[in-house]
Design a protein around this ligand. Structure first.
Ligand SMILES: C[S@@+](CC[C@H](N)C(=O)[O-])C[C@H]1O[C@@H](n2cnc3c(N)ncnc32)[C@H](O)[C@@H]1O
Length: 281
């Protein structure tokens, strides 16, 4: 049974990091005219109301996107992401937050394609509703996301980006992401894959990274933003993105933008940032 609902967490610090990286990858892919596929294996509902009961209950977005929204010196690297958020909000008030499918929908071009999968019985219809008028570009399925890394790859145009963003409510997700990416990479070795991860127990992430290294896949970049030091008692202290075949500019862009993001998200200055190669090219 799926109990995770992203509506409780939308716009938190982990979403800010994830969607910054997602938007930068998409913008880099757009530098070539040739169409590409955007595959979102764990898509969620598509967009979220920050004034909803779920979002208000946790208030996570208040320590996430709300802290970015109020800044006056937002770096240029964040512009594509922030412009999507501006597009669904009034100037004065932050009421809506875009999920990864909505960000992709706004940033992709007419010639690009989207495949989005979501299993939850409440979130799938919401996601499908977002794309009713976008059937030329988007395929929205209530199917297992990991399976798509086999069945939808390689894309016909041999250009693509897969975002793999499971809830990790089941421990098996830590292994399933590695297996899924390995299967995808066997079929489509030149694709870009971005795996989101939470740091709840550091050991779980270390294990996942070492399993990824064992696959023999190369060119793997790790990007992380921690709001607190590692702990085994206090829930998610950090989150990160593991990017296989990142666009060449991504390392430099994240090195430029992460200190700013960290300062804006964590004014008290705890935690850390990281941009490093798990496996070089
Ligand atoms: C972290 S949320 C996704 C958030 C979204 N990617 C975003 O950034 O806006 C994870 C989603 O995966 C869905 N899910 C869980 N297991 C799945 C699976 N095997 N296949 C597809 N979706 C799954 C959950 O219902 C949940 O909505």
């Amino acid at each position: 049974m799926l109990s995770y609902r992203h509506s409780f967490h939308a716009g938190n610090h982990a979403d800010v990091l994830k969607h910054t990286v997602q938007s930068l990858i998409i913008e880099s892919l757009k530098e070539k005219e040739k169409p590409f596929l955007y595959l979102d294996t764990h898509a969620g509902a598509g967009r979220y109301q920050l004034t909803s009961e779920h979002a208000e209950k946790t208030g996570e977005y208040l320590e996430g996107i709300a802290r970015i929204w109020e800044q006056s010196d937002i770096p240029a690297e964040l512009a594509p992401y922030i412009n999507v958020i501006k597009g669904i909000n009034d100037k004065s008030k932050l009421r809506f937050y875009p999920g990864s499918p909505f960000i992709a929908k706004q940033l992709l071009r007419e010639q690009d394609k989207l495949v989005l999968t979501e299993l939850h019985s409440s979130d799938y219809p919401l996601l499908r509703g977002e794309f009713l008028r976008d059937k030329q570009r988007a395929l929205v399925l209530r199917e297992d996301g990991y399976q798509q890394l086999k069945s939808k790859l390689p894309p016909a145009t041999r250009r693509g980006f897969a975002l793999i963003d499971p809830p990790y409510e089941m421990k098996s997700d830590y292994e399933a992401v590695v297996r899924g990416v390995h299967e995808g990479h066997k079929r489509f070795a030149t694709g870009t894959y971005a795996i989101w991860y939470p740091v709840v127990l550091r050991q779980q992430i270390k294990r996942m990274i070492s399993q990824l290294q064992s696959t023999g896949i190369r060119n793997i970049l790790q990007i992380e933003l921690a709001v607190r030091p590692d702990s085994d008692q206090r829930g998610m202290t950090a989150s990160g993105m593991i990017v296989i075949n990142p666009p060449w500019k991504l390392e430099q862009q994240m090195n430029a933008v992460l200190p700013w993001l960290h300062k804006a998200l964590v004014p008290e200055g705890t935690g850390h940032t990281l941009v490093d190669w798990i496996v070089p090219e």
